[in-house]
Design a protein around this ligand. Structure first.
Ligand code: HEC
Length: 113
């Protein structure tokens, strides 16, 4: 019986090890602030939201600042350019792909990195 539970434990451990291996490529695809969101915001929301560029609106230049506005960020970029509160203000609407990245960031829980 002891040997049986030893093998059972072994099987469970191997199964978990195999599963966690499979999970890592999916992790690579996670949308993160440092990997995806910051570069996007730097490209599209400058200078207004980038204090280092002289911006004085909500600060998206650090994780805490951007995270605070996570849902609002998405809400603003999916508006029509003619709607009140549309972002990026006075700029063309973001592409579907860019909006999808921001949506995914929200869905995955606003990860930092
Ligand atoms: C040309 C300057 C400018 C650009 C570029 C710009 N914004 Fe803004 N943003 C503003 C101003 C001004 C406000 C304050 C007025 C308002 O809330 O609509 C604001 C407010 C916001 C708010 C609400 C913040 C709060 O305090 O409630 C969010 C969220 C936001 N912007 C997101 C974005 C995103 C995302 C981008 C880039 C894709 C962007 N903005 C690009 C000027 C800009």
């Amino acid at each position: 019986m002891k040997i049986f539970s030893f093998f059972l434990t072994l099987v469970i451990v191997i199964t978990f090890a195999a599963c966690s291996k499979k999970a890592s490529p999916a992790k690579v695809k996670s949308v993160t602030y440092s990997g995806d969101i910051l570069p996007l915001l730097q490209a599209k929301c400058s200078p207004c939201h980038m204090p280092s560029k002289g911006g004085n609106k909500a600060n998206f230049e650090n994780y805490e600042g951007a995270k605070k506005y996570g849902a609002e960020l998405l809400a603003r970029v999916i508006k029509a350019p003619t709607d009140r509160g549309f972002m990026p203000k006075m700029n063309p609407k973001l592409s579907e792909d860019e909006i999808a990245v921001i949506r995914k960031w929200n869905e995955q829980g606003l990860l930092e990195k």
